[in-house]
Design a binder for this molecule. Structure first.
Ligand SMILES: [Zn+2]
Ligand SMILES: [Zn+2]
Length: 646
């Protein structure tokens, strides 16, 4: 029996080749009708034999394009229209915007093959892409996802590209960033004085990198600072100029073979490195490696990633085992995305600039992860993952959560979807604060979320908290830092309302008693929590200064046990720290001067690290604990402790 149905498909269904897929599928089941992009997702009508329609609907979920993600398919039967053919209609805009935007995806194998095919018209073209790969989130400033709403709008397609774009049987059908050498974005190489270098930009960049120069390279979500990772002198120069003396640097290699020459990879790590998201994966270093010692002086690990843009693949033809690819910024500032901004802010770091004229509209740092006990743990969820939501088991009101201060991200909640932003950074300066505001604005627009509730961290001094408290006309809710940690863990595991005992172990979070928490065992039931146990409080002599100088924490931990006897102890830190300074700290603790209390586990690690003489003053967050981790050996021994139940 003949029938006609209408279906609305939600999820990541735009910009991923979904309509041509539907077009081909409908034709293969002899169905007439049409398909179009709407703000809700993809809408289609098909008519034909009942069993063909059923088979067609089933095939949608099974055979969908690789980057598509279907969250729902709603169907209804409608009157027959006796059509003969199937059409793809142009996009319409509705009031509700419920479609999901795809994250940026690494170049696909088909495009890679074409780029290295001497006979292909895109041979060595560094901006090759198709519906299965390429930039998405970083080039969008509004939805629906059409070229006009991306930074590709200024490039008018040549007839050849236009033909591909309009051909439903072509891999580039409605590939919004579609381009070629004739009509698309181009590369330009400049020196640090912004004089154009009149040579082949890629070949010349490779030559400069091989000679040890630092090149600022415009990428997908921002600029990278690149340097030959086997050239110790060059790496040191980059560190000095970037004011990043000790924190590990990420490196990119051409392929797994190259990575294996300096790192040991498990099968989980290999599948992550080669995943379409292409995160930086922290992996153990091979003892006989060829990379510069100052890449990651503190650890036995190294952060590695594989190329993810066509340009990366072209640059990796150079004669180096890996390139340092660290974010193009001065330490503490957001990554540069704009050409002028990069010339301005990076001119004292980079010797050369490899830029292009496709604007980056959304800044997005590389994501970072690590395999722990066989499972992938994301440490920084950014490029490749954002703006995919975390799906929750319940629906909620519209909420904006502003995040904390260090490594800030924000989250917008709509119905059962939690949209986490890209990595924003430490909210300690104006640049990062304005990036924070931009991200909130942008996500609100493309997700059409007007928050009714704003959640903020209880710490009164956090910029995110101060920002939230100035917003009028919404309900403001302060959330305790570690309660938020445990709830987000539950949300990710889709079980928000079960009562749990949660362990929140970190450095600092403002407690409901006004002290700094961080070694917490909380009994959590949704909105409510009870602090059932915590590490003992110890003073932070000098507040934040005690976090930067772990030796102060060592004195703080020794004080209640030894009192004045501290000065008779033979400590590892005695040699490096003048006795006078130890006396000052002792007096501060004794007289309770500028000594906020902390129960942070991070501070205990700091104290142990300092007592062992491993690290007395840190150059980056958690350095003392990271170094402590590298010297620890596996043991079954444990220390006894007292549980004070008063
Ligand atoms: Zn492709
Ligand atoms: Zn073209």
């Amino acid at each position: 029996m003949k029938k006609r149905i209408k279906a609305v498909i939600r999820g990541i269904v735009q910009g991923v080749g979904f309509r041509p897929f539907i077009y081909r599928l409908a034709n293969s089941y002899h169905l007439a009708g049409h398909v179009s992009n709407t703000s809700a997702g993809v809408e289609l009508e098909v008519e034909g034999e009942d069993e063909d329609i059923r088979a067609f609907l089933k095939a949608i979920s099974v055979e969908k394009p690789p980057l598509a993600l279907i969250t729902s398919i709603n169907t209804e039967t409608i009157p027959l229209q006796h059509e003969k053919d199937f059409f793809i209609l142009s996009s319409q805009t509705n009031l509700q915007r419920q479609t999901l935007i795809s994250p940026d995806i690494c170049i696909c194998n088909d495009c890679l093959k074409e780029m290295f095919d001497t006979k292909d018209r895109r041979y060595l073209y560094p901006f090759i892409n198709c519906t299965n790969c390429g930039p998405r989130y970083t080039i969008i400033d509004d939805i629906p996802y059409d070229r006009i709403n991306t930074s590709m709008r200024k490039f008018k397609m040549c007839p050849e590209c236009e033909r591909e774009y309009n051909d439903p049987n072509n891999r580039r059908f409605h590939a919004e960033p579609n381009a070629c050498e004739t009509c698309g974005p181009r590369l330009f190489l400049y020196n640090e004085k912004r004089n154009l270098i009149d040579k082949h930009p890629i070949r010349e960049t490779i030559r400069l990198l091989e000679k040890g120069y630092i090149v600022a390279i415009k990428g997908l979500g921002g600029f990278h600072l690149a340097v030959d990772a086997s050239n110790e002198k060059a790496v040191k120069r980059l560190r000095k100029r970037k004011h990043r003396e000790e924190k590990p640097l990420a490196i990119m290699s051409k392929d797994l073979e190259k990575v294996k020459s300096y790192a040991v990879l498990s099968s989980e790590e290999i599948s992550l490195l080669t995943s379409p998201q292409r995160p930086i994966v922290i992996v153990p270093r091979n003892p006989s490696h060829s990379i510069a010692p100052s890449i990651a002086p503190d650890t036995n690990d190294v952060g590695v990633l594989l190329p993810y843009t066509p340009l990366h693949y072209l640059l990796m033809k150079g004669n180096f085992p890996a390139l340092v690819m660290t974010s193009g910024n001065l330490s503490e500032e957001p990554i540069c995305i704009d050409n002028d901004e990069a010339f301005n802010r990076l001119k004292h770091i980079a010797d050369y600039f490899l830029v292009h004229n496709r604007d980056i509209l959304q800044r997005s740092d590389d994501s970072v992860g690590k395999v722990v006990n066989g499972k992938f743990r994301l440490i920084r969820r950014s490029r490749g993952y954002v703006p995919l939501p975390i799906f929750l088991e319940h629906s909620f009101s519209t909420i904006l959560a502003c995040g904390a201060e260090e490594k800030n991200t924000v989250c917008l909640l709509k119905e059962n979807q939690a949209f986490l932003s890209q990595h924003i950074g430490d909210l300690e300066n104006l640049e990062t604060l304005s990036f924070f505001e931009h991200v909130i604005c942008h996500l609100k627009r493309i997700l059409e979320i007007e928050p009714r509730i704003i959640a903020y961290d209880l710490h009164p001094e956090y910029l995110s908290t101060k920002w939230a408290k100035e917003i009028k006309g919404v309900k403001l809710i302060g959330i305790q830092h570690h309660h938020a940690h445990i709830m987000s863990c539950l949300a990710e595991n889709r079980d928000i309302f079960s009562p749990v005992i949660g362990l929140a172990l970190d450095g600092t979070g403002y407690g409901t008693d006004g002290h700094l928490w961080g070694g917490e065992i909380l009994l959590v039931k949704g909105k409510e929590f009870q602090r059932i146990a915590h590490l003992s409080y110890y003073p932070l002599p000098g507040g934040n200064k005690a976090i930067k100088e772990p030796w102060r924490m060592a004195i703080s931990y020794l004080y209640p046990v030894f009192g004045e006897e501290i000065f008779k102890l033979s400590l590892n830190l005695n040699e490096a720290i003048p006795k006078k300074h130890i006396q000052w700290i002792y007096q501060m603790i004794k007289n309770n001067i500028n000594c906020p209390l902390s129960s942070g586990l991070g501070r205990l690690f700091d104290a142990v690290s300092a007592l062992l003489g491993i690290k007395l003053e840190i150059a980056y967050s958690a350095q003392a604990a990271i170094l402590l981790e590298t010297v620890r050996e596996d043991t079954k021994d444990s220390y006894l402790f007292n549980l004070n139940t008063s």
